[in-house]
Design a protein around this ligand. Structure first.
Ligand SMILES: [Zn+2]
Length: 385
């Protein structure tokens, strides 16, 4: 913590002739050394549509992916400050796909039923939150952080203010769901990619219709799944057995990502995942895994970031190995021996720190993470340029 984000914008910092292009270069240099900042893209069509030249109308992603922008409750205030996401609940796409046994009509019926159930649960949670009084949130409401909360008395309900917030439906394992439905995930076949976009587009359409009807902000998020990625697959394997490419790993793939174990070029991965950014209005992020030390090859790093921008990615980042020797302080890539002081891990009895990004956050050790996230990290392949 915290997650630093560099906002990329044409005319400000994106092109060499832009006044702050030097800052963009420095941000990439920093990220190539330390994994942060991430990069958000204000010119993506689904972000620029809200931009009116003010800081309030600039997209602001919250740490690992969350995004709050559109506002059907009050279309005059489609802004980032003074609002937030109220809660989200995630749908297990692979289970619906397994149950439908390749029958797409059945899959979409099951999906609609699950969407209705999920929205009902979000509504119930909203009702609990809405009945809280202003005095229950002395900072967020009492000090006027939320839109219009300063107009309320301490004994008033939070309801009208919270309607500016969002209720989000998430999803996990699009890749495994596509394998269960068609035999291939969206990195492997164009037909699966088309079906993936149809599924996620269907979910977004459902939530958009509901938002328009009820004047409440229902959104779609590509779930980060710190715990769910392992929990859902354990439950499904117990019930349906080990299914190749679906339940045979210790984790389900995050949101709409191409599986981390699938060998694909950086550019292809970006192009496959980009259209899902436009559909997931409550949050999204894409990652590329680079090998070696990208601070030695900043041209490649910049090519990746520019390709994200040009492909319509809203929010992205680049992963690469960052090691540190706590004894001599060396930062870089360490194999078995520290290149600076020449020690092995056995000498001095201190392990090298291996900084990795797990669901958006940097960790020096995977010890405190669950088996699913450790298995996912171990499976990651590097994406070739
Ligand atoms: Zn050392």
């Amino acid at each position: 913590f915290p997650v630093q984000i560099f906002r990329v914008k044409e005319g400000v910092n994106y092109n060499p002739e832009d006044p702050n292009y030097d800052l963009f270069k420095l941000a990439m240099h920093c990220s190539a050394k330390r994994l942060f900042p991430n990069f958000s893209f204000l010119d993506a069509p689904f972000n620029i549509q809200y931009y009116q030249g003010t800081p309030e109308t600039e997209i602001a992603y919250m740490v690992c992916r969350t995004r709050v922008m559109g506002n059907v409750y009050d279309p005059d205030r489609e802004v980032t400050p003074g609002r937030g996401n109220l809660s989200f609940t995630s749908i297990n796409l692979p289970r619906l796909a397994i149950r439908s046994k390749g029958d797409l009509d059945l899959f979409f019926d099951l999906l609609d039923a699950k969407l209705a159930l999920t929205v009902g649960q979000l509504d119930e949670r909203f009702e609990i939150q809405a009945r809280k009084k202003v005095y229950n949130a002395p900072f967020l409401m009492g000090q006027g952080v939320w839109i219009d909360s300063e107009k309320l008395a301490p004994g008033d309900e939070q309801r009208e203010v919270l309607k500016h917030g969002t209720l989000s439906v998430g999803f996990i394992g699009l890749a495994e769901a596509l394998v269960a439905l068609t035999g291939q995930h969206h990195g492997q076949s164009q037909a699966s990619q088309n079906l993936g976009l149809e599924i996620i587009g269907h979910m977004r359409g459902y939530l958009d219709r509901l938002s328009a009807e009820r004047k409440m902000n229902y959104g779609l998020i590509a779930t980060p799944a710190e715990g769910l990625s392992g929990r859902f697959v354990r439950m499904d394997r117990a019930r349906y057995g080990s299914i190749e490419g679906v339940t045979d790993r210790d984790y389900y793939t995050n949101g709409f990502h191409v599986p981390v174990y699938y060998d694909i070029s950086a550019f292809d991965k970006i192009e496959i995942e980009a259209p899902y950014h436009a559909l997931t209005n409550a949050g999204h992020i894409s990652y590329v895994e680079l090998d070696g030390d990208p601070s030695e090859n900043l041209e490649a790093f910049e090519a990746v970031i520019r390709h994200m921008k040009d492909s319509g990615i809203g929010y992205g980042s680049v992963n690469h190995p960052v090691d540190r020797d706590p004894v001599c302080g060396y930062n870089g890539i360490i194999g078995d021996v520290c290149p600076k002081c020449g020690r092995t891990e056995e000498e001095h009895g201190m392990a090298f720190e291996r900084i990795r990004r797990i669901t958006g956050y940097l960790v020096g050790t995977l010890d405190r993470f669950n088996d699913a996230k450790r298995a996912e990290e171990a499976d990651r392949v590097k994406h070739q340029m």
